[in-house]
Design a protein around this ligand. Structure first.
Ligand code: SAH
Length: 227
């Protein structure tokens, strides 16, 4: 990753990782990756750099947020992805979670439905020499062309587990998805065994921005409902 940063940012990042380690919300592989990724570069406005290493979510424009570092740490740890695996991320957003997955040596496919964010984050990835596959589209549909995926990570609160995503999970694969109808979601870990059977575990409550069921094409054609 190409970037410039100050010693201050490095120091703050080390403190952030240390705090996450103490809270036992992440495994060591995840913490090492988060130590390498400069979270402040994923903020839209350089005026907020000081905030980048606090455990807070932050507005990134288009009504969306960059997830708490602790949430990124927790979801990444639950994913248990091994180097070289294919991962589908729903909700590219700021690109921070995606960058952490890339740092772990994963092949990342990431979908964003807000056109403004999709364009802005794609430019950021280019400027940082990061190479995920990015898509402007609807996460409910997944990415059938590139399926199946070893891992699927949903970073928006989903009202249901989208059936297309379950289909696109490889046998032996795992999906991490916050599911809930209102503001609060339960973090589900869904494992698909070699025979295609599904097993589900619940890992606590979280608050994500909603996974939207409409697709805004961003070109003036308006909103198209999923159903
Ligand atoms: N992973 C992001 C988290 C962003 S918040 C990060 O690290 O910053 C969730 C993101 O999901 C938002 O950018 C939102 O626009 C996006 N989103 C919401 N509904 C979606 C859908 N149906 N398909 C794809 N992305 C969606």
């Amino acid at each position: 990753m190409k970037f410039t940063e100050t010693y201050r940012h490095k120091g703050l990042r080390r403190q952030m990782v240390e705090a996450l380690r103490e809270r036992k919300v992440a495994d060591e592989a995840t913490l090492s990756a988060m130590l390498e990724v400069p979270r402040h570069l994923f903020f839209p406005d350089q005026a907020f750099l000081e905030k980048a290493y606090e455990d807070i979510a932050f507005r990134i424009g288009a009504g969306q947020t960059i997830s708490h570092p602790s949430t990124v740490a927790y979801q990444t740890t639950l994913l248990q992805a091994k180097k070289g695996m294919k991962v589908l991320e729903i909700g590219t957003g700021s690109g921070y979670q995606c960058a952490v997955l890339l740092q772990l040596g994963l092949k990342v496919y990431s979908i964003e439905r807000q056109h403004e964010l999709f364009i802005r984050t794609r430019k950021l990835f280019e400027s940082l020499a990061l190479k995920p596959y990015t898509f402007f589209g609807d996460g409910y549909q997944g990415q059938p062309t590139f399926a199946p995926f070893d891992r699927i990570l949903v970073t928006a609160g989903a009202p249901i587990v989208p059936p297309a995503l379950l289909e696109q999970l490889v046998p032996g694969g795992r999906m991490v998805i916050p599911v809930g109808e209102l503001d609060v979601q339960e973090m589900l870990v869904i494992d698909k065994d070699a025979d295609g059977n599904l097993k589900q575990e619940i890992h606590g409550e979280f608050r994500f921005v909603p996974m939207l069921e409409e697709k805004n094409f961003g070109d003036g054609t308006g909103l198209i409902r999923r159903r």
